[in-house]
Design a protein around this ligand. Structure first.
Ligand code: KMT
Length: 175
């Protein structure tokens, strides 16, 4: 795992966009992001059961598995959105980037590789992309039934109950 400030420069979303400025583990914690390296799926099982996760699936984001739909899919994952449930992402193979917003609306880019796991709080604005290798094989874990609809950022999401709760908890974490 490597976390840094996104450079905001033009170019393909899959490029590293590394500003060269690292983001500390405590900054991630204050945003409500938990990170753990899990060498095996049994480590993931432990975290999932401790946090009462009920469901999971596996996805491979790549041109090999998605064919012509790949480019559109990877662009749709990159639309800024939130989820109404806490979710875990665990990289089985390959790598990918999760970008999350901080309190000043800057992007933190989190590079995850094989064995990396993050817990993403409900209500955080984020987006995902593969890297230049175009291959992410990940496990997605859901507390309840997967809510597939990402809620793209807009006026409605600002008022969303889960967004409001996230903002309150982020405030507490930063205090
Ligand atoms: C998300 O939350 O945007 C995703 O689940 C993207 C795909 S997981 C590799």
């Amino acid at each position: 795992m490597k976390a840094y400030w996104y450079d905001n420069l033009p170019g393909d979303q899959r490029a590293p966009h590394d500003s060269g400025r690292a983001v500390s583990p405590s900054t991630l914690q204050q945003l409500g992001i938990l990170y753990k390296h899990c060498p095996s799926v049994s480590d993931v099982d432990e975290i999932a059961s401790a946090r009462s996760y009920k469901n999971r699936d596996e996805i491979t984001v790549s041109p090999q598995t998605m064919g012509a739909a790949y480019e559109d899919k990877v662009k749709s994952f990159f639309h800024e959105h939130l989820h109404e449930d806490e979710e875990i992402r665990y990289i089985l193979n390959g790598a990918g980037y999760f970008d999350v917003r901080n309190e000043g609306d800057d992007w933190v880019r989190i590079r995850l590789e094989k064995g990396d796991l993050i817990v993403m709080p409900a209500g955080i604005y984020h987006r995902f992309t593969t890297d230049e290798e175009n291959f992410t094989n990940a496990m997605r874990l859901f507390k309840e039934d997967p809510k597939w609809t990402p809620l793209n950022r807009g006026e409605e999401t600002e008022k969303n109950q889960y967004r409001q709760e996230y903002l309150r908890s982020r405030h507490t974490l930063a205090a």
